[in-house]
Ligand binder design. Structure first.
Ligand SMILES: Cc1cc2nc3c(=O)[nH]c(=O)nc-3n(C[C@H](O)[C@H](O)[C@H](O)COP(=O)(O)OP(=O)(O)OC[C@H]3O[C@@H](n4cnc5c(N)ncnc54)[C@H](O)[C@@H]3O)c2cc1C
Length: 350
């Protein structure tokens, strides 16, 4: 008798974990999931982006196919995380006020269609001139969420294992190697962040600073020189992330003291930390991570390899992996269903 089929998911970042959980939820008893990764939520590596993320949800206006696809993924993720936050306080998700102040808004912010394509919040409100600080040309507020990223990843891994998911810590040389890691593997889902040598993949270095000082909203400020500042309170007393840089192709693994000083100086000018801070920051640590970006956005497609085997690619989330995570997982399972790679669990009838 043929052994039950194993679906191998490569990657235990927010994309791999979200995808493995959803495949596991949807698949029947003839398929099981093995999660294979070099890094798991208890590991820290500069090349493992997820634990370093802020992470907050801040839409990016646009009308391109990529912007519209991401807006749909982001909306589905928003609705899903609302449910998780309500049922599982330990997941590390909190809904709170998001505020944006832009000094030199890019053209998409001034295009009503591009804005309404992505800001789906029922309570979205443009701020009037007398409600924003001097110099700000575009302002908005809405109800959004923040995530304690290492806590949320650990929560997903725990759920996956409790539901019978298997894991293996292993560094793959290429995605095809994953077919050899279990018996009867027909499908490998590649959530490796950067892919395996995809020439369209590149990294965007991010440096932030984690401080103990509390703040009650997530605020994003675009400065006149084009640089962005943000503060993200991390749920479950995880401190506040003050950011941040976006440096494409910059491989420096070390935090820059000059960047830290600049981030904190901007934060003390623009963000309303509680008075007891006295303008001083109680720094926990600097953070440097590499966002796994890709020209044109994520690769989401099925590649047929040999002998009826398939690789489903889902990598290249750049700076939006948490915001898009559940939507991406849903798109992956939809692709797998369309291609006959996933056999849905039959629901019991009464
Ligand atoms: C400073 C900073 C701030 C950020 N802020 C936000 C934010 O506010 N909101 C937001 O949504 N996103 C944010 N991001 C981006 C977010 O972190 C990424 O989009 C997300 O983590 C990507 O997830 P991933 O699962 O694709 O990749 P990763 O988290 O990098 O995971 C990749 C997985 O693949 C595994 N892997 C890779 N190669 C191999 C191999 N050869 N063999 C075996 N396993 C392999 C790794 O071990 C890992 O388990 C931020 C990122 C940084 C650095």
């Amino acid at each position: 008798m043929a052994s039950a089929e194993t679906i191998v998911v490569i990657g235990a970042g927010v994309i791999g974990l979200s995808t493995a959980l959803l495949i596991q939820e949807q698949s029947g008893s003839t398929q099981s999931v093995l999660l294979v990764a070099r890094d798991f939520p208890s590991d820290t590596s500069i090349n493992y982006a997820s634990p370093w993320a802020g992470a907050h949800y801040r839409p990016v206006p646009g009308s391109s196919p990529q912007a519209l696809r991401e807006a749909s993924q982001a909306l589905r993720t928003f609705n899903y995380l609302k449910q998780v936050a309500a049922g599982e306080p330990a997941a590390g998700i909190k809904f709170l006020q998001g505020i944006e102040h832009l000094e030199t808004p890019p053209p998409e912010y001034l295009d009503a269609q591009s804005v309404s394509n992505v800001y789906h919040f029922e309570d979205f409100r443009s701020l009037k001139d007398d409600e924003v600080p001097a110099g700000v040309k575009w302002g908005a507020e809405y109800g959004t969420y923040v995530i304690n990223s290492p806590v949320y990843c650990a929560y997903m891994l725990r759920r996956f294992i409790l539901k019978g998911g298997r894991t293996q810590q292993y560094t793959l040389v290429n995605s095809k190697e994953a077919f050899a890691l279990a018996n009867n593997v027909k499908t490998v889902v590649n959530c490796s962040g950067t892919g395996f040598g995809d020439p369209k993949s590149f990294i965007i270095r991010g440096q932030t600073c984690l401080v103990r000082n509390p703040v009650s909203a997530t605020i994003t400020r675009q400065n006149a020189d084009g640089a962005w500042s943000f503060c993200i309170p991390r749920p479950l007393e995880g401190g506040t992330v003050i950011g941040g840089t976006k440096q494409p192709h910059d491989w420096d693994p070390n935090p820059s003291p000059e960047i830290r000083a600049q981030l904190l100086a901007n934060a003390s000018k623009w963000f309303p930390f509680t008075p007891e801070s006295g303008g001083q920051f109680d720094v926990i640590r600097d953070i440097v991570g590499r966002r796994p970006a890709r020209e044109g956005g994520m690769r989401l497609e099925v590649e047929q390899v040999e002998d009826g085997k398939s690789i489903v690619h889902a990598y290249g989330a750049g700076g939006r992996g948490f915001e898009l995570s559940r939507g991406v997982a849903e798109d992956v399972t939809a692709l797998m269903l369309e291609s006959g790679l996933l056999r849905v669990q039959a629901k019991a009838t009464l």
